[in-house]
Design a protein around this ligand. Structure first.
Ligand SMILES: Nc1ncnc2c1ncn2[C@@H]1O[C@H](COP(=O)(O)OP(=O)(O)OP(=O)(O)O)[C@@H](O)[C@H]1O
Length: 259
């Protein structure tokens, strides 16, 4: 088995299928993919192309049907070196907002005396400093998703996996959260794998985009996104000709997968 401890995730000749009563469903691959520290990898592709399957394999929720998946050089197991954010926030309704973050810190073995300070820092980082005592049903959907992001970041995971985290949100909240996620993950040692259907979102967030083919998903396109990130506002970035050029290239590749 090829092993490389410096890769956050390394998939070698990976295929994955699901068993159903009607027979085997090939979902992904064969695919080779390596994710390195500092990368913000965005995965786009048609519905059913295996994007969620790819994340589930890296998270350790599934084992591949064929090939090898390594995370930090070892077999992936769900746990503290990976943070996962889903489309629905999946918060604990019996906990307050602060209690949700505190639970993640407890699992990460953060000592009790440090937990309230870290909770306050994390809530401030996602713009929810005042909402710690609220119940999760007393805040908006966008705020709930912010809590889910703070909870995923609590253990300072090397790798953050995000599966269409903003799909259920209105356009304005979505743009704000995109900006927040970019700044929260601007850490050279950390990596992100982010799934979306939105080409705009992909180009805004990514340092690299892969486009998957129709099912079973293989890599149709793998491009670095070399847009300036420092010293430029989000609006300037979205309005730049370079942004438009990348958006055009990715949109054409996605269209080609279904034609
Ligand atoms: N538990 C399962 N059992 C059987 N088939 C499954 C299961 N999960 C996914 N599939 C199938 O595997 C394929 C890939 O699914 P996956 O959810 O990874 O795709 P996706 O690209 O994330 O889709 P979408 O964009 O619609 O969310 C699909 O054809 C899907 O129907």
């Amino acid at each position: 088995m090829a092993s490389d401890a410096t890769a956050l995730a390394d998939l070698v000749d990976v295929e994955h299928g699901y068993r159903t009563k009607a027979g085997a469903v090939p979902a992904l691959g064969p695919i080779d993919l390596r994710v390195d520290p500092g990368e913000f990898l965005v995965v786009v592709g048609p519905s059913g192309s295996g994007k969620s399957t790819l994340l589930r394999l890296i998270a350790g929720f599934e084992r591949p049907t064929a090939g090898d998946v390594l995370r930090l050089g070892g077999t992936p197991v769900p746990g503290r070196d990976v943070g996962v954010v889903f489309q629905q926030p999946r918060l604990f309704p019996w906990q307050t907002v602060a209690g949700n973050i505190g639970a993640a810190l407890r699992w990460a073995d953060v000592p009790k005396p440090d937990r309230s300070r870290r909770t306050a820092e994390l809530l401030a980082a996602v713009g929810l400093a005042e909402l710690g005592p609220r119940r999760t049903w007393e805040i908006s959907g966008g705020q709930q998703q912010r809590v889910a992001i703070a909870r995923a970041l609590a253990a300072r995971p090397k790798l953050l996996l995000m599966d269409e985290p903003f799909a259920a949100l209105d356009a304005l909240t979505r743009e704000r959260l995109q900006e927040d996620v970019r700044s929260l993950t601007d850490d050279a040692g950390q990596g992100v794998v982010f799934v979306t259907h939105s080409v705009d979102e992909a180009v805004f967030l990514a340092s690299r985009i892969i486009v998957l083919t129709d099912r079973p998903g293989r890599i149709a396109l793998d491009v670095p996104i070399t847009l300036p990130r420092k010293g430029i506002s989000a609006d300037e970035l979205r309005g730049s000709p370079e942004y438009a050029a990348f958006r055009g290239e990715i949109a054409a590749a996605v269209r080609a997968t279904v034609s």
